[in-house]
Design a protein around this ligand. Structure first.
Ligand SMILES: Nc1ncnc2c1ncn2[C@@H]1O[C@H](COP(=O)(O)OP(=O)(O)OP(=O)(O)O)[C@@H](O)[C@H]1O
Ligand SMILES: [Mg+2]
Length: 391
């Protein structure tokens, strides 16, 4: 049943009533969407737009007021669905006096995972999220970002088929944010279905295959990230640095062939995120110490599908005693086909959400410093200095 959507919502409504049963907030107001197997799906919207409410209905934590909602083809309240889902709430509450290993062990137990398997998974996850150095510290002492990392590890302990992350990068530094994004891309490539909610445009843009944009409980735009963000009115040509006279010749050619001039000639500037990552990585190379989260990043082996392959004898005995979570294998399928962009919403979205000339490369294609944002100074430089003086 590879083609069955993981989540299907039709005319979904959630109204919060007050004590007198008068409608207090129409948090979700008749939305339709589906999340397909193996895709990374984004719920993007400003504060109060209905993202968390939608997620809580998918999890069966809130009852819908109206409409249809199915998860794995079943009612969201169905217990069999829960074992197949991993969830990171927007605020995770951890037991302050437990350390991260005990925390993961506790959640593993809730899923009925055997002790030895729990132990192995917990260690791999802590390593993956960069908390192995803090594995014996009380969670109550953790910084916000460290807690977030632990929350992500906790959401993965049952090796879920469907991972739901409500604002996964909130409180994370740029390095942590990049690692979470890389992790999500990795998990997505390996067949997990992921629902990611965020009001951070870059999070959704960098990792999601498809998205809906919510505002006031309604869907304002939906489609593939590529289709929504493509600026089909411009062409960007990227070259190694060239001389001013070459640009003049190109300009003359474009005028002759296309009847239009070059709009701008500028040098790409790296993103602040990339600069920040470089600075911190340099500090690490120089072995500047930190007592916070470490780099982490290596995806836990059990999430990559080789879990339990090398299970020792004692674990087998263990497994026979305790029920295991269901972790069926699933095939990786190609990304869903593109959908046509909704032109009217697009222009708004592009104007407010992205740099004007940026066309999203797929994450795999993105170069390390890949932002074509442009720097006036460098062009001036380019146009004025003779070639032998240029760096
Ligand atoms: N338990 C509740 N009782 C009453 N109203 C609620 C409740 N939960 C959410 N709401 C309202 O529903 C609307 C949507 O809230 P929701 O938490 O889904 O937004 P969100 O998109 O997740 O926002 P944020 O980015 O701030 O997390 C808001 O107006 C909010 O006040
Ligand atoms: Mg929310």
């Amino acid at each position: 049943m590879a083609s069955q959507p993981i989540v299907e919502a039709v005319g979904l409504v959630k109204v919060f009533d007050d004590f007198w049963l008068r409608a207090k907030a129409r948090a979700v107001d008749g939305i339709d969407f589906e999340i397909r197997p193996n895709e990374i799906f984004g719920l993007l919207g400003p504060n109060g737009s209905g993202k968390s409410t939608t997620i809580k209905m998918i999890l069966g934590l809130l009852r819908k007021t109206k409409g249809r909602l199915s998860v794995f083809g079943r009612d969201p309240g169905d217990v069999s669905v829960k074992a197949r889902i991993g969830y990171l709430p927007e605020e995770s509450y951890m037991y302050r006096f437990l350390n991260p290993l005990e925390t993961l062990d506790y959640y593993g137990k809730l899923f009925g995972i055997a002790r030895s398997v729990r132990r192995r998974r917990s260690l791999e996850l802590l390593d993956m999220v960069g908390l192995e150095g803090a594995s014996h510290r009380a969670v109550g002492e953790f910084s916000k970002g460290m807690s977030r990392r632990l929350g992500i590890a906790q959401a993965l302990i049952n090796d879920p088929e469907f991972l739901i992350l409500d604002e996964p990068t909130s409180g994370l530094d740029p390095i942590g944010t990049k690692q979470v994004k890389d992790l999500l891309l990795d998990l997505g490539r390996r067949g997990k279905t992921i629902l990611l909610s965020s009001h951070l445009l870059a999070d959704v843009e960098d990792v999601c295959d498809r998205m809906v944009v919510l505002y006031g409980g309604k869907i304002r735009a939906s489609g593939t990230t590529q289709a929504l963000l493509a600026d089909t009115n411009r062409t960007m040509i990227c070259l190694p640095r060239v001389r001013a006279q070459t640009i003049e010749k190109i300009d003359a050619l474009v005028r002759a062939e296309e009847g239009m001039a070059i709009e701008r000639v500028e040098a790409p500037r790296q993103r602040l995120e990339d600069l920040f990552v470089q600075i911190v990585e340099q500090a690490r190379v120089e072995q500047t110490s930190t007592s916070g989260a470490l780099q982490g990043g290596k995806t836990a082996a059990f999430l990559l599908g080789d879990h339990e392959r090398d299970v020792p004898e004692e674990i087998v005995a263990d497994l026979q005693r305790e029920p295991r979570s269901s972790t069926p294998a699933h095939a990786v399928v190609a990304n869903p086909p593109s959908e046509p962009a909704n032109e009217s919403v697009l222009s708004d979205l592009i104007a407010s959400a992205t740099p004007p000339t940026r066309v999203k490369p797929t994450p795999a294609e993105r170069p390390p410093t890949g932002n074509p944002a442009l720097d006036r100074q460098v062009i001036d430089d380019l146009l004025e200095k003779p070639p032998e003086q240029r760096g």
